[in-house]
Design a protein around this ligand. Structure first.
Ligand code: PEP
Length: 267
């Protein structure tokens, strides 16, 4: 019963003119597609431009990170209050590049998440193991540790868990061209669903979307989305070209998973 959530993470790519061109080409390709939620995450200065460009479409805009506080001496961070004011609906937190290139810790990521939720931003928490951790058989242990950001105390009263997603992004698959197999993704997604059931709640775990990310391409989208616990995709390099990302959205919705049989999803 979960609407597929397909997000484009543009990282530090696409300037103002590129973003405008992207929207002009992308929107006509996806506007007829029902039963899917699409997010675009541009570089921070382009957020207002994108919010305005997608205003009359169902597409929503995501920030690639946010500050851990409302305001203060945090050079380079963007306040979740400002994101909310700008009409940004979503924020991606704990992306592997934030963890591994910029050294963000689990506790900092949790603080950012709490600050985002307080400002009613919807959030995607990224988790995933490195190749070394996978080879040592530590995948589930690492993912469980990163999910620790979701312990009680993180959530605001009456939180609607439709506004929250976990993205499983194995670090060895990000930007490498090596996609996890659908079975590899499902194994970890199943573990995440179980962890959410135990630590957040049974009903909540059924509502929270779990995305897969890591070298997703149009030809891998459908098979990944066919897995029971794969509810969406977080796409990096293949989201930079409107025709390629549109094909991913199209293919993701083609998959034969349970939600496709739920007619209400297409209303
Ligand atoms: C990402 O950065 O979230 C990502 C999944 O990148 P790519 O699709 O390029 O592997």
């Amino acid at each position: 019963m979960r609407t597929p959530l397909i997000a484009a993470n543009w990282k530090m790519n696409l300037g103002a003119a590129d973003a405008q061109k992207f929207i002009s080409a992308f929107v006509p390709k996806v506007e007829g597609i029902r039963g899917v939620q699409v997010l675009l995450a541009p570089q921070a200065p382009l957020l207002p431009q994108l919010v305005s460009a997608v205003k009359s479409t169902p597409i929503q805009v995501a920030a690639q990170n946010c500050g851990a506080d409302k305001s203060g001496a945090y050079t380079g961070d963007v306040s979740p209050v400002l994101l909310h004011e700008l009409g940004v609906k979503w924020v991606i937190l704990g992306h592997s590049e934030r963890r591994h290139v910029f050294g963000e810790t689990d506790s900092l990521i949790q603080a950012r998440l709490k600050a985002a939720l307080k400002e009613t931003l919807s959030a995607i928490l990224c988790v995933g193991e490195t190749l070394e951790e996978r080879k040592k058989g530590e995948t589930l242990k690492v993912v469980a540790r990163q999910l620790g950001a979701l312990q009680s105390g993180t959530w605001v009263e009456g939180y609607d868990f439709k506004n929250f997603a976990v993205a499983y992004e194995p670090v060895w698959a990000i930007g490498t061209g090596e996609t996890a197999t659908p079975a590899q993704a499902q194994e970890v997604h199943h573990f995440i669903r179980g962890w959410l059931t135990e630590n957040v709640g049974e009903g909540e775990a059924q509502v929270i979307r779990i995305q897969y990310g890591g070298s997703v391409k149009p030809d891998s989208a459908e098979a990944l989305m066919s897995e029971k616990d794969v509810d969406g995709l977080l796409v990096g390099s293949a989201s930079l070209k409107p025709e390629v990302f549109a094909e991913i959205v199209q293919n993701a919705v083609k998959s034969g998973s349970d939600w496709k049989n739920d007619k209400d999803r297409f209303k």
